[in-house]
Design a protein around this ligand. Structure first.
Ligand SMILES: Cc1cc2nc3c(=O)[nH]c(=O)nc-3n(C[C@H](O)[C@H](O)[C@H](O)COP(=O)(O)OP(=O)(O)OC[C@H]3O[C@@H](n4cnc5c(N)ncnc54)[C@H](O)[C@@H]3O)c2cc1C
Length: 456
């Protein structure tokens, strides 16, 4: 389906003089402080088409604001037009067909709540405030991915507003090149105003939670986790992070504020079977705290919300690992601990399962066979005097891990690291194909405030 729209904008436009402008231009990363010339709040695909047309008519750069969680702050652009999708946050679930139609500016918390009403779920972001838009277009990694695949593996169709203002459908049967490209190629090819996602029966109760160990156990905990995850059944979603124990009641007094290791578990199978399946993790001990139990899936999806608050300063990088041998574990702990900031999270996510069974050519996103994915998430309070030490910590850790990396990267987890890093996410053949598709759909690179793929 292709629709040509009458390009009149029916949303609200905020300028620097408007009340609410400053709040509307903030993003998750408090290091980003950009002032768009105007913020065009869209509530329909036609509004999006009109906003794109108006930016082009005025010769202004354009950014797309989904959930505002991109660490580079690409949702906002200085002196340009911010196409704000936050009003497009509807979620309609068809429980019979097991499908959700999700607005391009919705957040994962809204999707999880709506789908769980029907005992259904799709892989979603690990923090409920993250946008569906940016996360899914980068492929979409979440706790359910080993059972159900990435978000992009569950994408049935998308409504896309193109650079020239057309509203098109991308699916296996309509515009298949565009459909291939948006499953991992990011926001380069158009603005997605609706995602149609395939849902799976899950919940409302699942087995999940977190195990917390004191920092001195880090090497042993990581090795045990690695060994278990190498052959774990698909139902096990898990990540392990070097963090600082929060000052919460569930943490024993002496551990609070100290370096520690958190193992997050989300089990997508029968909750009653979980303790047996997960015994190698659950019985490795003793943990300082064990929060694992049957709980609502939406609670698992919000476990990491408290330490991930908007407005903190963030510097991130990431890398896929070829493996996580003992030497790599030792380097990770040696260069990760002690963290400069108690808010920093040094995360290892396990691959395998359903994501590894999809053919590498099926979607723009590749890297499906990497067994582990590093996400070095530096976060600290919004105090510029702390910026450099925290950035240096993350860079030092990333450099120390290079011997075990594949040379490729998960773009959702990195900052502005240049075109070579973007190319490395795809490899030469896929990158060349993406550049051809970019030329077909956005020859003038209107959508360039992102992890950019320039047109061929
Ligand atoms: C706290 C936190 C937790 C995270 N957890 C995960 C995780 O579990 N798994 C994971 O894979 N990633 C995760 N991420 C990374 C996240 O996927 C990316 O930051 C992603 O870009 C966020 O999408 P967004 O829509 O919120 O961001 P935005 O900053 O709004 O968007 C980033 C870019 O994506 C594009 N974009 C967004 N929406 C659309 C759309 N509808 N159509 C076209 N282009 C669009 C635009 O180019 C935009 O500039 C996390 C990030 C944060 C901050």
């Amino acid at each position: 389906m292709t629709e040509t729209v009458n390009q009149s904008f029916n949303g609200e436009t905020l300028t620097p003089a408007s009340p609410g402008y400053d709040a509307a231009r903030t993003v998750f990363n408090g290091l980003v402080d950009r002032r768009p010339q105007r913020i065009m709040r869209c509530s329909s695909a036609a509004d999006v088409a009109a906003a794109i047309a108006s930016a082009r008519a005025d010769g202004l750069p354009l950014s797309v604001y989904g959930g505002g969680h991109g660490v580079t702050g690409s949702a906002v652009v200085d002196g340009g037009v911010c196409v704000d999708l936050r009003g497009l946050d509807g979620v309609a679930v068809d429980p019979e067909a097991r499908i959700a139609r999700v607005g391009g500016g919705a957040t994962w918390g809204v999707v999880d709540a709506a789908t769980q009403e029907h005992g259904l779920a799709v892989t979603g972001g690990r923090v409920s405030t993250t946008g569906v838009g940016g996360l899914s277009l980068g492929s979409g990694s979440g706790w359910l991915e080993r059972a159900f695949g990435f978000v992009c593996d569950n994408l049935l169709a998308a409504e896309v507003v193109t650079a020239d203002g057309r509203i098109v459908t991308a699916s296996d049967t309509e515009n298949p090149d565009l459909f291939w490209a948006i499953r991992g190629g990011g926001g380069n090819f158009g603005v997605v105003t609706e995602f149609t996602l395939h849902l799976h029966p899950l919940g409302p109760i699942v087995f999940g939670g977190m195990l917390l160990y004191p920092g001195f156990m880090a090497v042993d905990v990581l090795r045990n986790w690695r060994d278990f995850m190498r052959t774990a059944p698909d139902e096990v979603g898990s990540g392990v992070a070097l963090i600082t124990a929060p000052p919460e009641e569930f943490v024993p007094e002496p551990a609070r504020g100290q370096p520690c290791v958190g193992v997050v578990i989300a089990y997508a199978g029968d909750p009653a079977a979980a303790p047996g399946v997960l015994a190698p993790l659950l019985e490795f001990g003793p943990p300082a705290a064990n929060l694992c139990q049957p709980m609502p899936y939406v609670a698992v999806q919000q476990l990491l919300d408290p330490p991930n608050q908007k407005g903190m300063h963030n510097y991130w990088t990431g890398d896929f690992l070829t493996d996580f041998p003992d030497e790599a574990v030792a380097a990770w702990v040696e260069h990760g601990f002690p963290p400069v900031s108690p808010l920093t999270q040094l995360i290892v996510v396990a691959g395998g399962g359903a994501i590894a069974r999809v053919s590498d050519d099926a979607t723009a996103f590749g890297n499906r066979s990497a067994p582990f994915n590093l996400h070095m998430l530096g976060m600290w309070p919004p105090d510029p005097s702390q910026d450099q030490a925290n950035i240096d910590h993350i860079r030092g850790l990333a450099a120390a891990m290079k011997p075990w990396t594949t040379g490729s990267v998960y773009l959702n987890f990195i900052g502005d690291e240049g075109l070579t890093r973007v190319e490395s996410a795809y490899g030469p053949a896929k990158y060349a194909r993406l550049r051809e598709i970019k030329r077909a759909w956005d020859p003038e690179n209107v959508f360039r405030h992102n992890q950019n793929i320039p047109p061929a």
